[in-house]
Design a protein around this ligand. Structure first.
Ligand code: FES
Length: 170
């Protein structure tokens, strides 16, 4: 699953890993769906756009759920990259079809030292993106549990019950 600017890392991973691939990609609008033809050459592909300008109209997590419910996905591994709210939706769906250790999230954080000292890029289990990541399994990382702003401050439940803009900074 790739969403928005997360489509590019998914393409890079797909081009460097053997085996069959299946893509579910989403963006706000058609112009933001990048590398589509390159990815289509690697495997079947479905797209969603929030505004309906291409493919399924709606969120990529909803499209992913439809795809997984109709296809044989036994034994599949999952790779996700995109805005954390989209990865969280994918994570919730994929956990119904695969163990957490078979689900991979490509996580983004702003880094400073990049050698594991400052802790600015740490995730809830204490691992640091700069030296331990940026790829973590769903057993290690749940998207959107909390994120960090550019200064490294924690933002808890960034898209939770209070909706976008409801931020608790610790
Ligand atoms: S950027 Fe400092 S620990 Fe990762």
């Amino acid at each position: 699953m790739g969403a928005g600017c997360g489509i590019a890392p998914v393409m890079h991973a797909a081009e460097h890993h053997p085996g069959p691939k299946r893509f579910v990609l989403g963006a706000v609008t058609e112009d933001e769906l990048t590398y589509i033809e390159r990815l289509r050459a690697l495997g079947p592909l479905d797209v969603s756009t929030d505004d309906g300008s291409a493919g399924y109209q709606g969120y990529v997590g909803d499209l992913l759920e439809e795809v997984l419910e109709r296809e044989d996905v036994e034994g599949a591994l999952y790779f996700n990259c995109g805005p954390e709210v989209a990865m969280a939706a994918a994570d919730r769906v994929e956990r119904r079809f695969a163990p957490a250790g078979d689900i991979y999230h490509l996580v983004e954080r702003v880094t400073s030292c990049a050698i594991g000292i400052c802790g600015k890029c740490s995730i809830p289990n204490g691992k640091r993106l700069c030296i331990d990541g940026p790829v973590f399994t769903a057993a290690e990382f749940t998207p959107d549990e909390y994120t960090r702003d550019k200064t490294g401050r924690k933002i808890i439940d960034p898209h939770g019950s209070g909706g976008p803009g409801c931020k608790t900074v610790v």
